[in-house]
Design a protein around this ligand. Sequence first.
Ligand code: SAM
Length: 308
Amino acid sequence: MDHLQVFLDHLREHHAVFYGAVAATAEAMPGTFRRVGAPMADWAHACLGDDFARVLAEGYVHLVIEANQAQMRYEKRGSYEHRSYAEVYEAAYGNEAFMTKYHWGLYVAMFAWVHHLRLFSFYEREFLPRLGEGLTEGGREVVADLGSGSGIWSRFALDAHPGLACVGVDISPTSVDEARRMAASTGFAARSEFVLGDATAHRLVEPAHAAISSFLLEHLERPEALLDNLAANLAQGGYAWITAALTAAEIDHITEFRRESEIVRLVEDAGLRVIATLSETPRAARSKLRFVPRSMAVVAQKRRNDIW
Ligand SMILES: C[S@@+](CC[C@H](N)C(=O)[O-])C[C@H]1O[C@@H](n2cnc3c(N)ncnc32)[C@H](O)[C@@H]1O
C-alpha cells in the first residue's frame, strides 16, 4: 500500500487548509518528496498501525499552528518567549500529551516543508557519502544522534550505510519511547539504541564515527555546551551534521540566532572544520516581516589539531 498517499488523502479530507502547502511541496520537489516521505510513511505505519495517518496529520497541524502563532508573537515582541530551559522542559519535553503531537508533527515536517526537503537533499549530497570513509563491511561504527527526537536523520544514515549503528540521546521520555518503538517495528532495533539523557553531557563509551545534532542548538541556554559535547564524542576526522533554526520562534526555542555566521562560529569554536553550509527559508516567508525564519545546516569535520 502507498502509505504516503494514504497520509495525503487523510490530510486533504480532514485538514484541507493544511493540505495545500504540503501538496505544493510535493509538486515543487517530487523526487525528493517521495524519496523521503514514502519510507517515512511506511515506518510510521509499521510503528503506529492503521491509525498512523490520523496521528501524523494531527501532529503536523498542531506543529504548524503552534509555530505560526509563536512566530507572530515574536514578530511583535522582538524576542523569543522563553529564556529558561526549565520552563520549556515543563511545557514541552516532560509533557507527554504535548510531546506526542510535537514528535509526529516534526516527523511530517521533514518531508512536508520544502525548505526541510532542500536540507535533506544537501544531507544526501554533502554528508551521507562522507560517512562511507573508514567504514568496514559488517562493522558497527556508531553515529551519535544528539537530541534525536524520532531519530529520523540517523535512520537515513543507517539506511545508506549497513555498517553503521546509531546511538540517539534525547531528554524527552516520550521521544525516546517513540524512537525505540519505531526502530523495533521496522527491524532496526539491533542497530539502534535510544537513551534518555542530556545531549550536552552524555558521553558514549567509544568516540563515534560520525555525529548528528539536528534542531537542538536553538533549544538550549548554552548551545556551545552541545557542540563541545558533540566534538568530545566524535573521533578525530569524523564528520558532523548540525542544523539550527534562526529567527524562528517556537515554544521551546530559547537561543535566538540572527546570523548564519553565529552558528559557523560556534561550530568552529568547538574544534570542528566547516566544510559546507546551507541556509533555507520556508516558501511562505514574507519579506515585509521583520524576522524571516530560516533553517541552516552545517557539515563539519573534527579537526586533528588547532590549525586543521
Ligand atoms: C526540534 S526536536 C529535533 C528532533 C530531531 N533531531 C529532528 O531533527 O527531527 C528537539 C529534540 O531535542 C530534545 N532535547 C531538548 N533538549 C535536550 C537536551 N538537553 N538533551 C537531549 N535532547 C534534548 C527534545 O526532546 C526534542 O526531541
